[in-house]
Design a protein around this ligand. Structure first.
Ligand code: ZN
Length: 211
């Protein structure tokens, strides 16, 4: 098991106590003041509590074990041994450098070796890893390595296309830029034919709706 990748942003150590809600709300009030606003203004009074709740949702991925999601597999597949592709899995994440949104889509393929999973489980894996502080390269590798480790297929391919708000709405201000990352394991790495078949199935980013 590739510990380095899977555990590079693990759930918080249970020895580290979660902050009190009042501390979180006070931190949000500080950020509101940092923005130049008055947190006691009527429209902002409830905002710290709302932000605290939103963060629980944005970062709900820390509360789930991705490997456990894939544990229930099916072996009766009537000899099906071709590529399984789930494309255009939309996700929302946050970059760990600016806590700015990363909005994208993931395409996953695997070449099963006897075991397959319910297709929604692949989308759940994306959900659990994306709802953590991320960089796109790590998100890509975590998804592929988890599928590889748990299902032990003949190969796994993951491609992610995403826009990073830290570079579209601030900093260098380049709207429309899409970052593409991929991770190919097993047959997808070793066989150009298999890789080409997968890439043909997912098509090119230009043919898809904007992110
Ligand atoms: Zn960033």
């Amino acid at each position: 098991m590739d510990k380095h990748i899977s555990d590079s942003n693990p759930p918080p150590d249970p020895g580290t106590p979660a902050p009190e809600l009042t501390e979180v709300e006070e931190a949000v009030r500080t950020l509101i003041r940092w923005a130049g606003e008055n947190p006691d203004r009527e429209g902002l009074v409830e905002t710290p509590a709302r932000v605290a709740r939103s963060w629980k949702e944005y970062f709900s991925g820390y509360g789930h074990d991705p490997a456990a999601i894939l544990e229930r597999t099916f072996q009766e597949v009537a000899g099906y041994d071709e590529m399984i592709v789930l494309r255009d899995i939309r996700f929302e994440s946050f970059c760990e450098h600016h806590i700015a949104p990363i909005i994208g889509r993931t395409h996953i393929a695997y070449l099963p070796d006897k075991k397959v999973v319910g297709i929604s489980k692949l989308a759940r894996i994306v959900e659990v890893f994306s709802r953590r502080l991320q960089i796109q390269e790590k998100l890509t590798a975590q998804i592929s390595s988890t599928i590889s480790q748990v299902l032990q297929p003949k190969g796994v391919a993951v491609v992610i296309e995403a826009t990073h708000h830290c570079m579209t709405t601030r900093g260098i201000h380049k709207p429309g830029t899409v970052m593409v990352t991929s991770n190919m394991l097993g047959a997808f790495r070793d066989s150009a034919t298999t890789r080409r078949e997968f890439l043909a199935m997912i098509g090119t980013p230009q043919t898809r709706a904007p992110l």
